[in-house]
Design a protein around this ligand. Structure first.
Ligand SMILES: NC(=O)c1ccc[n+]([C@@H]2O[C@H](COP(=O)([O-])OP(=O)(O)OC[C@H]3O[C@@H](n4cnc5c(N)ncnc54)[C@H](OP(=O)(O)O)[C@@H]3O)[C@@H](O)[C@H]2O)c1
Length: 279
């Protein structure tokens, strides 16, 4: 298959490209090649490439930054997704779009299945939801993959931040009232490698299995750290104490059973993924 990947230089894109390239002809593009807010340019690029599949991983992913750059968030995450979907409709390509657990408000006591009503708490989630809602309006052959709490070798992420701070401070204060599923970009890339070859349409939740709070995640990072330095105290705090610009859901764990039924494959636990990342 010929696959065009947007956001190819991002954290997910840089794991996804080599994995897909082993089996498919893959073209990676990022903002240096074309800006997804430019509708005409996006259409021209997709038409010129005529891909079987477009994986749309480009996004404005700075969750707190989206609060102050609202117009940019909607232009990139909302309209940008629409432009890619229009390009796919025109070229007869399938679209695989990346979305987020932050489309939910976190009020549910159980993991969210795909059909749960979205209700984002922050601009990032609102803009990503807008992208999700645009796609089915213009394209039939699409798959929206909602994932969560990504970390990987090629991007700024929570695991690296905890390790860096642990080298500088005796005490780390980490929020303990937000629960989710940390997901290794390598594991997500492998899952996407399977989904590229499936005809699945609609929305699918894909994360590493299990869940934890950011505090528990930080503790595990330090426990599994292959080169622990001095002892660092991790102190659980509330989201109110941290006071970040964007509100975040208390429980954004995604129910991935549809993915498991379709592929016959269960994602490994977040702890196993983390162990490999740290090794
Ligand atoms: N990271 C997470 O925890 C997480 C969780 C759930 C879902 N997701 C979704 O998963 C996907 C991949 O995330 P990621 O963490 O790999 O993101 P990332 O590292 O921020 O990569 C996104 C890429 O898109 C590029 N981009 C930004 N604006 C663009 C534009 N206008 N035109 C073209 N390219 C543009 C970025 O370039 P610059 O870096 O130069 O801006 C970057 O290379 C995104 O759709 C994201 O919403 C991420």
């Amino acid at each position: 298959m010929r696959i065009l990947v947007t956001g190819a230089r991002g954290m997910l894109g840089r794991d996804l490209l080599p994995l897909l390239s082993a089996k498919h002809e893959v073209l990676g593009k990022d903002i240096q090649d074309f800006d997804i807010t430019d509708r005409k340019r996006v259409q021209e690029e997709i038409a010129a490439c005529r891909p079987d599949v477009v994986i749309h991983a480009a996004a404005f992913t700075d969750v707190d930054g989206c609060e102050t750059k609202r117009d940019l968030a909607f232009a990139v995450n909302g309209e940008g997704a629409l432009h890619v979907a229009l390009g796919c409709a025109h070229a007869g390509s399938r679209m695989i779009h990346l979305s987020t657990d932050y489309v939910f408000d976190g009020e549910s006591g159980i993991p969210y299945p795909e059909g749960s009503p979205p209700h984002p708490l922050n601009v990032y989630g609102e803009s990503k939801l807008q992208g999700e809602l645009y796609i089915p309006k213009v394209l039939e052959n699409y798959l929206i993959i909602r994932t969560a709490w990504l970390y990987g070798r090629h991007g700024k992420n929570f695991v690296d931040t905890i390790l860096r701070l642990a080298g500088q401070q005796d005490e780390l204060r980490v929020v303990n009232d937000q629960k989710g599923s940390p997901t290794f970009t390598k594991d997500l890339s492998q899952a996407m490698g399977r989904l590229v070859e499936e005809e699945t349409r609609g929305v699918l939740h894909v994360t590493n299995s299990g869940s934890c709070t950011w505090f528990e995640f930080a503790r595990k990072v330090l426990d599994l750290n292959p080169s622990p330095g001095r002892k660092v105290r991790v102190i659980p705090i509330s989201s109110t104490e941290l006071a970040r610009p964007a509100r975040r859901p208390a429980n954004s764990v995604l129910d991935c059973s549809r993915f498991e039924q379709i592929t016959g494959f269960r994602m490994r636990s977040w702890e196993e993924g983390l162990k490999e990342y740290l090794s």
